[in-house]
Structure formats: structure tokens, C-alpha cells
Ligand binder design. Structure first.
Ligand SMILES: [Zn+2]
Length: 210
């Protein structure tokens, strides 16, 4: 089966519109460095996100209204349960035919800044940050211990960046992954986490990567 994705991009330069057409074969992506793609329509976005479990790009549509109402000044996490209809029958380690979850972290520009795939309710602690550190290395995982309302930003108790950072401290991301998803430099994230920790809003647990 040949699956093709055609996407049209229109970019504006000095008020001249250039239209380009790209045809990309999904099977190419399977072997290439996977990159998440989003097409933004008027009322919805269509995303192709790399699922580590399926080893395929997973196609997900999300209404912009759903994102907007879930954003609340921060990051929206789209949860999508699915299974791979065509698991590798030869591969005994391929469990992608069983239902699993992919998490998309979507920012307020409707871009995907992070993706997680896991079985069950959440990734196991040993899986968190596994891709960002060598085996046996220490992974630091920030977790929100106290929920704060968006009002605290309006009251000046937290900066907007700190509030957004709290959204990705869901226990599923290492400090490095939090920096990637919130699109902030690591040193800035470390400073913000330090501040949030002193305010009693976050704790940072340490795990050895497995
Ligand atoms: Zn999958």
C-alpha cells in the first residue's frame, strides 16, 4: 500500500505568494529521522506525530476549539489512544497491535513541541528521559506538587513562562525534555525550576536511566 501525503504550503514574501507542493512517502519517514508535522486549517489542525511504539507516523486531527479551551495560557496536551493496525508479525517485541497512548504537546501557535508514546496510564519512571541521557545516567524529572490557577499569573505571582513550564512538569518529562517542549534554553528552565521549587510548586525527583 502506498501512502502519500501531499501538503501545500503557502508562504508570503513581500506580498508575493509562492505555492509549493510536496509529496512525501510515509515509508520514507519510517526510516528517516522522524519529524512531527502539522497542517493548520481554519478550524482544526492535522498532525502527523511519530509514535515510538508503532514506529510509524500517527495521523491525528484536533479541533482548534479543543486546543484553545485546553490551553489556558499554557500548553495543551492531546491524548490519543490507538493501535497499530499492521504490527510486524515477525517481530516478537512488537506490541504496537495493543492499544497504547500517544501524547502530543501543542503550544499556543498550534505547533507540536513534544510527543510521548506509552502503554497504560503513563510512561514508567525508567522510560522518562531515556532518549536524552546515556544508560545509567541520572535523569531529573520535575513534577508539579501544587496546582496553580492562571489567576496567579494575572496577580504577578508567577511569570507566564513559569506557568507554561508547570504545564509540562507532568512527571513524564525530564528537565531536558521540559526545555525542549517549552522551547526554552536549558539554563533558563533550570533557573525557573529552582524558583518554582522554592515556592513549593514543583519537586524534582532523580532516577537512574534504565
Ligand atoms: Zn502507536
Amino acid at each position: 500500500m502506498d501512502l502519500f501525503i501531499i501538503y501545500i504550503y503557502i508562504n508570503s514574501q513581500h506580498n508575493n505568494y509562492n505555492k509549493g507542493y510536496f509529496i512525501q512517502n510515509l515509508h520514507f519517514w519510517k526510516n528517516a529521522m522522524p519529524e512531527n508535522k502539522v497542517i493548520k486549517y481554519f478550524s482544526l489542525i492535522e498532525a502527523w506525530a511519530w509514535c515510538d511504539i508503532c514506529s510509524e507516523m500517527v495521523n491525528i486531527r484536533v479541533n482548534k476549539d479543543e486546543i484553545k479551551s485546553g490551553l489556558k495560557m499554557g500548553m495543551y496536551t492531546k491524548e490519543h489512544k490507538h493501535l497499530n493496525p499492521y504490527p510486524d508479525q515477525e517481530d516478537t517485541d512488537d506490541y504496537s497491535g495493543q492499544e497504547h497512548t500517544i501524547y502530543l504537546y501543542i503550544n499556543d501557535n498550534y505547533d507540536i513541541t513534544g510527543v510521548k508514546s506509552f502503554f497504560g496510564d503513563s510512561p514508567s519512571m525508567s522510560e522518562v528521559g531515556a532518549g536524552t541521557i546515556e544508560i545509567g545516567g541520572e535523569v531529573r524529572i520535575p513534577i508539579v506538587v501544587k496546582e496553580v490557577s492562571p489567576m496567579s499569573v494575572q496577580l504577578g505571582m508567577l511569570s507566564l513562562d513559569e506557568f507554561k513550564l508547570l504545564k509540562v512538569c507532568d512527571g513524564m518529562n525530564s528537565v531536558q525534555e521540559c526545555a525542549d517542549i517549552s522551547q526554552k534554553p536549558i539554563d533558563k528552565v533550570e533557573k525557573m525550576l529552582d524558583k518554582l521549587r522554592k515556592k513549593g510548586l514543583v519537586k524534582v525527583i532523580k532516577r537512574t536511566s534504565g
